[in-house]
Design a protein around this ligand. Sequence first.
Ligand SMILES: [Fe+2]
Length: 388
Amino acid sequence: MSFTSVHRRSWLSEQDCDLDSFRALVERTTDLADYPYAASVERNVLLYDSERLRRAENRREVQAELVRALSDGPGIVVFQGAFSDPSVVDRLTEVFDALIAEQRASGAEAGDHFAKPGANDRVWNALEKAALYDAEAFADYYANDILALVSTAWLGPGYQVTSQVNVVNPGGVAQTVHRDYHLGFLPNDVAAAYPAHVHRLSPVLTLQGAVAHCDMPVESGPTLYLPYSQTYEPGYLAWRLPDFQAHFEAHHVQLPLAKGDAAFFNPALFHAAGTNRSSGIRRMANLLQVSSAFGRAMETVDREAVTNAVYPVLLRRLSEGADEPWWANVIAASAEGYPFPTNLDSDPPVAGLAPPSQADVVRRALREAWTPKALRDELRAGAERRQS
Ligand SMILES: [Fe+2]
């Protein structure tokens, strides 16, 4: 028996990548009976009926099943009807279209990781831009319970939502297969410099999602996935290798989405955006990258500005009887939910525990009906206390 077969590897390298062992992991069949809350299995992917999840009595059980599906299962879950009211999606689509028009008018071309500038429309940091453009449409959208359900299941509380709009026009070409942030964005030699346990850690630091802002039949090029590929430990070093790319080309699956559906997947899943072969579908998705409180998000978001923009909407809706999940979900998607890093000289722990996070301050403000000005001042003071 070799040393490596009884001990987990401490370091990974491209030489560890072996297509046969990869195939043994990905050539599995998803059995609906293993996932009692799922509605169906299509092309090896689990589909959930969002209404049924909303009615489920045991939220923890639902979340446990989602975690199992994302970690050891197919690695992707589709929530049909995640947005039950299509007008909520349409209102944010209007905001995205306005942001794209502004971006074009200013002459700024948003580059893309994969496509050449101009081939697609991209709005980076759409979270902040949408909140500042139309706080009401933003709040109604990010009050979404399915987004909160799956983000909390995978990342726990204090998660940080970032959003990027991706519009692929007819003729827009497919991406190459890849894994996502963190290690998926590093070249192989840099990724290989991180020990194996960090390769296992990276997928739990973020959750990838996409909300369909239009109906996306397969010909419009919804994302291509290879179920179970997130379970392959050296996968961050494998996806650029030609035999793995060829396997992805031959075996990926693609699922149509309807407007308001949302797909969430393990960031270690092998995936790629598809080619838009339709004649007239401008395929728009809101790509959500949700970060663990303990991770560093890829994008900078001015959460103070987002929170200040959204707070008057929260105050008004609360006075109109909005229930707690509604405003709690909006706060989770907008305010910073974690109090660190901070300056411990000027922002000392309270009673030995963490100082309040931005989200804690907003919740207190709502409870005590602070004015927007009072919240603005306190958030600013908190930001200054945190500076070194
Ligand atoms: Fe990706």
